[in-house]
Design a protein around this ligand. Structure first.
Ligand code: SF4
Ligand code: SF4
Length: 317
């Protein structure tokens, strides 16, 4: 497994790989447990989230320990709405990390500014929620322009491919793309009317979701050969930190080093022990690894399986 530039997906800030620290550690953090929107398709259990809230000082302490161990990292901050944890977001940029946040743009860019964020280290994927912004994306696009004007990198706009939205998506995609932003449609997972999604999508639905590709870009279905489980670098070059602070190899709850003791960001007291290299993964075939980490997935001979995403329209701008 090498880290040549050729392997870098277009999501990765180029300067991350040029950083003097040379760190290539990537972390996914479901750090936010609040959101001011109430989308009818939201799958998050708000009652459970409210029990997981922590003082920002707890996570900042944990991140300082991880920073001492790994140097500057690329951190994907997700969860509910990441701008509800501005103190942590700003601290992470000041520790030297690059962040990709998935935000619904409920907060204006000034909110993060007021916490001292280093703008140039923040990359934004903006999710368009018609239930809040209305079916015309113009107000949403105005807010997104505000972010761009203030110097934030905007990677893309994402929209949930909920069956109720499918008839509108081609128009939304055109409007958003004509403003200069790339658009990603995510498959909806859940029940709607008599359907169970994503299995219930018809071929014409799939053409709306993936108009320029005949390949699903969600990472499922690899590798193809029987008995070939493939190797994955999650737990070695990638970590996933859950809402409650538990640190896993990935969001599928795979333990690091098969260790019984799950370490927790909020109570870390020293460096963590990682896997010593890529490991076989028996559920790789059904794993819908986050595309942002898919370039870490390798075949048994060590070749990265990142070509699934080459047709992705995403670019950094
Ligand atoms: S913006 Fe996201 S987290 Fe918030 S309610 Fe909508 S789907 Fe849920
Ligand atoms: S292949 Fe998927 S499920 Fe398996 S360790 Fe990697 S990210 Fe986790």
């Amino acid at each position: 497994m090498t880290n040549s530039k050729y392997e870098i997906s277009s999501w990765i800030p180029p300067e991350f790989y040029e950083s003097p620290s040379g760190s290539t550690m990537r972390v996914g953090w479901a750090g936010a447990t609040r959101c001011g929107f109430r989308c009818f398709y939201c799958c998050v259990d708000r009652d459970q989230m409210s029990t997981l809230r922590r003082d920002p000082g707890d996570s900042i302490r944990g991140w300082n320990i991880l920073t001492n161990q790994f140097g500057s990292m690329l951190i994907d901050v997700s969860g509910m709405e990441p701008t509800t944890i501005p103190e942590e977001i700003s601290s992470l940029t000041r520790m030297g990390h690059h962040l990709i946040i998935s935000t619904n743009l409920s907060e204006p860019p000034e909110t993060l500014f007021s916490y001292g964020i280093i703008t140039d280290r923040l990359y934004i994927v903006a999710s368009f929620h018609p239930t809040h912004w209305g079916y015309d994306p113009i107000p949403f696009l105005r807010r997104l322009e505000d972010y761009r004007r203030k110097g934030y990198h905007v990677c893309a706009v994402s929209i949930i491919g909920h069956p109720a939205f499918l008839p509108h998506i081609p128009l939304w995609r055109d409007d958003i793309a004509s403003s200069g932003f790339d658009v990603i449609i995510h498959e909806f997972i859940g029940k709607y009317e008599l359907g169970e999604y994503p299995a219930s999508y018809t071929p014409s639905d799939m053409r709306i979701i993936y108009p320029s590709s005949d390949v699903k870009q969600d990472g499922r279905g690899l590798p193809e050969e029987d008995g070939d489980f493939g190797f994955c670098s999650a737990g070695y070059k990638y970590l996933w930190i859950h809402y409650g602070g538990e640190i896993w190899c990935c969001s599928h709850g795979i333990k690091i080093n098969d260790d019984e003791r799950i370490q927790n960001l909020f109570t870390l007291d020293g460096p963590i022990v990682l896997n010593d290299g890529p490991r076989p993964c028996e559920i790789m075939r059904i794993c819908n690894c986050n595309p942002m980490m898919s370039y870490w997935v390798t075949t048994p001979n060590g070749n990265p399986q990142f070509q699934r995403y080459q047709s992705s329209p995403i670019r950094m701008n």
